[in-house]
Design a protein around this ligand. Structure first.
Ligand code: PGA
Length: 253
């Protein structure tokens, strides 16, 4: 799967212009789930325009309660009503700029599964941690806390998506190597199996951090890497389509 995380980019007009251009650019893409996570204000329009098509809608965040006095927040049923399938949870920008704790991330993962949304749980270490060889410890800690309330028996576990997003690779133009991404994805797969059993084979693991059309195949298609979470390079229809086409071609072999 390829997931566009637009962050705080694109007014509604700009987002609609992308949507108009994209299908032509992405012609011939098969067997790849293509997900777009625009800012909240574009979700309703996208939902109407994407109905019946192959593009899938995602959100970048949500609250974990059904409703309540939480000024400025958006609830899981609000997203569901718009046909949103995926929701990014625990992105490092939310953790670092908005103080999102592991407890909050845990509540959101649980709520997403409960309300029938597919959480894309983001995990990642910073540069110092990477250099000090602490990547596995950091990710393990984040993963255990995020899944604390998830029962291994839960039928919805295959809906979970995990994204390895090293913080030092996000928006920096310095991605992890394909080997690092694959090694870390393999480590996460092992952890997920320990926690959840054989069903972990069905959980998709993504790599994110400075993915672009030139490097995407260094990641997607590597053992245990099932897709990419893409920020900056997903903002242009042509470049996002190029990545979807590359993955589609790779799948067809
Ligand atoms: P980037 O962002 O592709 O711009 O590095 C990835 C992300 O934050 O999900």
């Amino acid at each position: 799967m390829v997931v566009a995380n637009w962050k705080m980019y694109k007014t509604l007009d700009e987002a609609l212009a992308f949507l108009q251009a994209f299908p032509l650019e992405a012609e011939g893409v098969e067997d790849v789930e293509v997900v777009i996570c625009p800012p909240f204000i574009s979700l309703a329009d996208f939902s109407r325009r994407l109905a019946g098509g192959s593009l899938i809608l995602g959100a970048q965040n949500m609250h974990w309660e059904k409703e309540g006095a939480y000024t400025g927040e958006i609830s899981p049923p609000m997203l569901r009503e718009l046909g949103v399938r995926y929701v990014i949870i625990g992105h490092s920008e939310r953790r670092n700029f908005f103080g999102e704790s592991d407890r909050v991330v845990r509540n959101k993962v649980e709520a997403a599964l409960t309300y029938g949304l597919f959480p894309i749980l983001c995990l990642g270490e910073n540069w110092d941690q990477f250099n000090n060889g602490q990547t596995q410890d950091v990710l393990k800690n984040q993963l255990l806390l995020a899944l604390e309330k998830i029962s291994p028996k839960g039928e919805l576990i295959p809906n979970l998506v995990v994204a390895y997003e090293p913080i030092w690779a996000i928006g920096t133009g310095t991605p992890a190597t394909g080997q690092t991404a694959s090694d870390v994805a393999g480590y996460l797969r092992g952890l997920l199996k320990e926690l959840l059993g054989g069903v972990a084979d069905n959980i998709r693991i993504l790599y994110g951090g400075s993915v672009n059309p030139e490097n995407i195949l260094e990641y997607v298609g590597k053992p245990d890497v099932d897709g990419a979470l893409i920020g900056g390079s997903s903002l242009k229809a042509q470049s996002f389509a190029e990545m979807a086409r590359a993955v589609s071609g790779e799948r067809r072999g």
